[in-house]
Design a protein around this ligand. Structure first.
Ligand SMILES: Cc1ncc(COP(=O)(O)O)c(C=O)c1O
Length: 429
């Protein structure tokens, strides 16, 4: 099998395994299909958390994506890739002073504040620097989304300020000197596969923006409607069709843009843009039978692809898999359990995946793995470190992250020098 005409075997010869391979053309096609379908007033912000690789973001930037970042390194990644500060927003609970200071220095478009406490902090830090900073209030809506695989609103949460608290807060337009609340942000949940739900969320959020503006007096310079657009991973799931999303969302955006000229409308998307562009490639190290079941033990597993093993919000179902290094033509397929190198039964990438007889050196590609792969996985477990990442663009493969080498992992550790225990000065006599 190949990617843009390059055989996976060739990529593995050059870069080794385990390996993440991203298809840059798929990244751009996915972004352009989404932006092309959605109302032009809606700006697509790429959530770097789904894939923080600088070259992945640089590719999306080329296609017109803005940046939604949640850490100092993500912010620096976005800036280094060439994003304009006016197209960067920073969100996330627990922002450090260093992160907030970096936002102020860069002049990011907005910091999304997750609590009133945080607005106070931004106000103080901005005051110390003699600058003003636009802030979007993240709101925890009094509305729970159905159909999201992980809801992030409508219940007690560390994210955002409860809708009721914002609506009861009184005038917020002049509460702070240097922090300027200038709109709202709502993120309802992730992995949504039903366009009607995205429409319903959007309707609620746009209406909430008006209610917040009326209750607090803050201007609506920007409204971030979140996103959470999903992709199909498992049997029985269907990819979200961007055209259907557009049918549900565009009329609402059209009306809001007409009645609020000058308000920036933002959508955040991570998984939808990157998941389908990534393949996680592992090599089979050992093949064995245990109590009637066949196992292929590979050189990578949940340490790099926690999502595929069903930890967290995922049910234990199989991501799509393909044998990459040879045709499926030697022997009858049978169910295989594909595991990684960790000392835990949870390190099972696939269960009962029907594949031809496997042997040492076979290459397996777990598809749809471009989101929340290495960045959300426990890569240091057993000190294996993180895999290399390769981006294929215009038929050429580029190493975009080096693999962690043993020396890299050892370099950051320090063997402490034991000081001899002090000799007793107590009078023994
Ligand atoms: C606030 C916020 N925005 C954006 C995202 C990205 O979500 P997704 O990858 O589902 O698009 C997340 C993911 O958890 C999030 O919490």
């Amino acid at each position: 099998m190949n990617i843009q005409g390059i055989e996976y075997t060739e990529l593995v010869e050059r870069f080794g395994t385990p390996l993440y391979v991203y298809d840059g053309d798929v990244l751009l096609r996915t972004l352009s299909a989404l932006s092309g379908a959605l109302h032009p007033a809606l700006e697509a912000f790429f959530s770097l958390k789904s894939n923080p690789n600088i070259s992945v973001f640089a590719t999306l930037l080329e296609g017109g994506a803005r940046a939604e970042v949640s850490s100092l390194v993500e912010l620096r990644t976005a800036l280094l890739a060439g994003a304009e500060a006016r197209d960067i927003i920073f969100l996330g609970p627990g922002k450090s002073d260093d992160e907030l200071a970096a936002c102020l220095e860069a002049g990011v478009y907005a910091i999304v504040a997750e609590s009133f406490d945080e607005v106070d902090r931004i106000d103080r830090l901005a005051g110390e620097r003699g600058v003003r900073q636009r802030v979007l209030l993240r709101i925890n809506p009094a509305f729970t989304v159905r159909g999201s695989r992980l809801t992030m609103g409508g219940r007690p949460l560390q994210f955002g300020i409860d809708e009721a608290l914002v609506l009861a807060a009184g005038d917020l337009s002049s509460r702070w000197r240097n922090a300027e609340p200038a709109g709202i942000h709502v993120y309802m949940g992730t992995r949504i596969l039903d366009p009607d739900i995205i429409g319903r969320n959007t309707r609620y959020i746009l209406d909430l923006a008006d209610r917040v503006a009326a209750a607090t007096g803050i201007p609506l310079e920007a409204v971030d409607i979140g996103g959470g657009l999903g992709v199909a991973y498992f049997d029985g799931e269907e990819d979200l069709d961007e055209k259907r999303v557009a049918e549900c969302v565009n009329p609402l955006i059209e009306e809001f843009a007409r009645t609020h000229p000058g308000t920036r409308l933002l959508m955040e998307s991570g998984r939808f843009l990157t998941a389908r562009a990534g393949v996680y490639v592992v090599s089979v190290r050992y093949v064995k039978e245990s109590m009637g079941k066949w196992f292929a033990v590979a050189d990578g597993g949940s340490n790099h692809h926690m999502a595929a093993v069903g930890i967290g919000s995922y049910t234990k179902r199989n991501f799509p898999v393909a044998l990459l290094n040879r045709p499926h033509d030697d022997g009858a397929p049978r169910p295989w359990t594909i595991t990684g190198p960790l000392c835990t039964p949870n390190d099972t990438l696939l269960k009962g995946a029907v594949l031809p007889p496997l042997r040492e050196g076979d290459l397996l590609g777990i598809a749809r793995s471009g989101a929340y792969g290495p960045s959300a996985s426990p890569g240091r477990f057993l000190s294996h470190g993180f895999p290399a990442e390769v981006l294929v663009r215009d038929g050429a493969a580029h190493l975009v992250r080096s693999r962690d080498l043993p020396d890299d992992l050892l370099r950051q550790q320090h063997l402490y020098a034991r000081t001899p225990a002090p000799t007793s000065t107590r009078d023994e006599g």
